[in-house]
Design a protein around this ligand. Structure first.
Ligand code: GLP
Length: 253
C-alpha cells in the first residue's frame, strides 16, 4: 500500500487528478470507478479544469458509480448520478451513455443490483476511486458488511445519515436505504485510490490501514488488495503511526 500525505486538501485533489489522468491517458477504453461525497468535489473540479485547460479527454472513458440512494427521484440534486453529472460529467467530453450507475427507480431493486453487479464485473474497473466514511465505510458498505458482499440494497447507519445530512436541505431527511457495490465488487478493480481529508477521517483511516482486517471497519478490506494508494491530507493522516507503518507502506510528506 502506498500512503501519500499531501500538503492540504487541494493538493490531495491535484495528486488524485494526476493518477486519474495517467490512467485515462494510458488505456484505450478506460473503465473508471467514481465515488461521491465532499472529498470528491475537489477532484472533479480539478479534472474539469484539466479538460478545459489541457484538453484532457474522457471521450473513451466509461465511468461507473459506486452507489446510489434509494428513495430520491432521478433528478433530485442529491441523487449521486445527478451529483456526478453536475460536478463532472456535464463539463467534460464523457460520451452520452458512458456514465453508469444504479437505477434506484427500478421496479425490482434486487434485480437492478444483479444487473449492475454483472455490468461492473464485465467492465473490469481499471481504477476505482474511493472515499471513506467516518465510521470506516466504503461506498455504502457499513460496518458489519462481509468482505464477500456484492451489489445490493443496504440500510444506512445513523452515523452515515448524520454525516451526509449536510448535503440535504433542512426539511429533507437523508434516505434510510441505498444501493451499493459490495466489498468484493470493489476489490475486483485492478487499482484502488482511496482519498480522505479532514480530522474527522483520522480514526477511520488509522483503523483501515493499521488496524486488524475485519468487517467492523469495511475500509480495512483495502489491505487485501495488492495495488492501493491512499491519498491523505495531514489532518486525515494524524492517527497513523508514521514511525511504525505496516509493512510495505510508504509515507511521503
Ligand atoms: C458517502 C459515499 C461514500 C463516501 C462517503 C464520504 O457515504 N457513499 O462513497 O466515501 O460519503 O463522504 P465525504 O467525502 O463527504 O466525507
Amino acid at each position: 500500500m502506498r500512503i501519500v500525505v499531501a500538503d492540504d486538501a487541494d493538493r490531495v485533489a491535484q495528486e488524485a487528478a494526476g493518477i486519474v489522468e495517467r490512467f485515462v491517458s494510458a488505456s484505450e477504453s478506460p473503465a473508471l470507478g467514481l465515488a461521491t461525497g465532499g472529498t470528491m468535489e475537489g477532484l472533479f473540479a480539478e479534472l474539469v479544469r484539466r479538460h478545459r485547460r489541457r484538453g484532457l479527454s474522457f471521450g473513451a472513458v466509461d465511468a461507473y458509480l459506486l452507489d446510489e440512494y434509494v428513495g430520491l427521484d432521478r433528478c433530485d440534486p442529491n441523487a449521486y448520478r445527478s451529483v456526478v453529472h453536475r460536478l463532472f460529467a456535464c463539463h467534460v467530453d464523457l460520451g452520452i451513455g458512458s456514465l453508469h450507475g444504479l437505477d434506484a427507480q427500478a421496479p425490482d431493486l434486487g434485480a437492478e443490483c444483479t444487473r449492475y453487479e454483472r455490468k461492473v464485473r464485465a467492465a473490469s474497473i481499471g481504477l476505482q476511486i474511493l472515499g471513506i466514511g467516518s465510521n470506516g465505510h466504503i461506498a455504502f458498505n457499513e460496518p458489519g458488511t462481509p468482505f464477500d458482499s456484492v451489489t445490493r440494497v443496504v440500510e444506512l447507519s445513523r452515523q452515515t445519515r448524520g454525516d451526509n445530512a449536510r448535503f440535504f436541505p433542512a426539511d429533507h431527511s437523508v434516505p434510510v436505504r441505498a444501493m451499493t457495490q459490495g466489498i468484493a465488487t470493489i476489490l475486483a478493480a485492478s487499482e484502488l485510490l482511496l482519498m480522505a481529508c479532514g480530522a474527522g477521517k483520522a480514526s477511520a483511516v488509522a483503523r483501515a490501514v493499521e488496524g486488524p482486517i475485519n468487517d467492523s471497519v469495511p475500509a480495512s478490506a483495502v489491505q487485501l488488495h495488492s495495488n492501493v494508494t491512499l491519498l491523505l491530507d495531514p489532518p486525515a493522516a494524524q492517527g497513523l503511526s508514521a514511525s511504525s507503518p505496516v509493512g510495505g507502506n510508504q509515507i511521503l510528506a
